[in-house]
Design a protein around this ligand. Structure first.
Ligand code: ADP
Ligand code: TYD
Length: 202
């Protein structure tokens, strides 16, 4: 049996990643693959409790980073690793790149500390494919304003998201084999066509 692959969706808030997750999951299911969709922070009962704290409570930057990785540890143990071991495909709405982008880029936690946490929590696992939905801040902000009540992260200022986006793009350049940067300013059907091509090539 072919082994499953691990796909992560990333981007600043409002970039449009959630819009495309069910589409990509469906593309894979059409090929007869078994697909698990999940998200971070969250994905487990404990992770969803941590998500609630992380999205709504102020806390020290390092506490925030540690809780993101605590949620991830549980998620890997309970959901991601068992699914991949069964041969399922896993699609996660965010993973460790988000910690580098938000806690590292946005909040300026040292990348050394983030590298140490990553080496602790998943020394041997990386996504097979990371789709980075990229838009300028103004576009993301306009999409969010039209839509929802902002959580703790979504209330951050423009320079926070500029740094977050830059860190995502820096990582995409550092790991070109696993990243695909998707220009998410385009209309949804055009983005879907590109995603269809990327998935077909996997
Ligand atoms: N390519 C696009 N063009 C126009 N609007 C979009 C596009 N992609 C997403 N949106 C809209 O932007 C909003 C935020 O999208 P969402 O997928 O929830 O973003 P994210 O998950 O990245 O925060 C939603 O209202 C969605 O319908
Ligand atoms: C996984 C992860 C998410 N986050 C942030 C990014 C998002 O603002 C927030 C929740 O992500 P997300 O699920 O994208 O939010 P929404 O449901 O509103 O689209 O958590 C981090 O700061 N670090 C992380 O490691």
């Amino acid at each position: 049996m072919a082994s499953g692959k691990f796909i992560t969706f990333e981007g600043i808030d409002g970039a449009g990643k959630s819009t495309h997750i069910s589409f990509v999951a469906e593309l894979l299911r059409e090929r007869g693959l078994s697909v698990v969709t999940t998200r971070e922070p969250g994905g487990t009962e404990l992770g969803e409790s941590l998500r609630n704290l992380l999205l709504h409570q102020k806390m020290h930057l390092e506490t925030e980073a540690l809780l993101m990785f605590a949620s991830r540890r549980e998620h890997l143990a309970q959901v991601i690793e068992p699914a991949l071991a069964r041969g399922d495909w896993v699609i996660s709405d965010r993973f460790t790149d988000a910690s580098f982008a938000y806690q590292g880029g946005g909040r300026k936690l040292s990348l050394d500390k983030l590298n140490a946490l990553e080496a602790w929590v998943h020394p041997h696992l990386q996504p097979d494919l990371t789709l980075l939905f990229d838009v300028p801040l103004e576009v993301a902000r306009a999409r969010l304003d039209a839509e929802r009540t902002p959580d703790k992260f979504e209330q951050e200022k423009a320079d926070f998201f500029a740094s977050t986006r830059n860190e995502y793009l820096r990582r995409a350049a550092e790991f070109p084999a696993r990243f695909r940067v998707v220009d998410s300013t385009r209309p949804i059907p055009e983005i879907r066509e590109e995603l269809r091509g990327i998935i077909a090539a996997l």
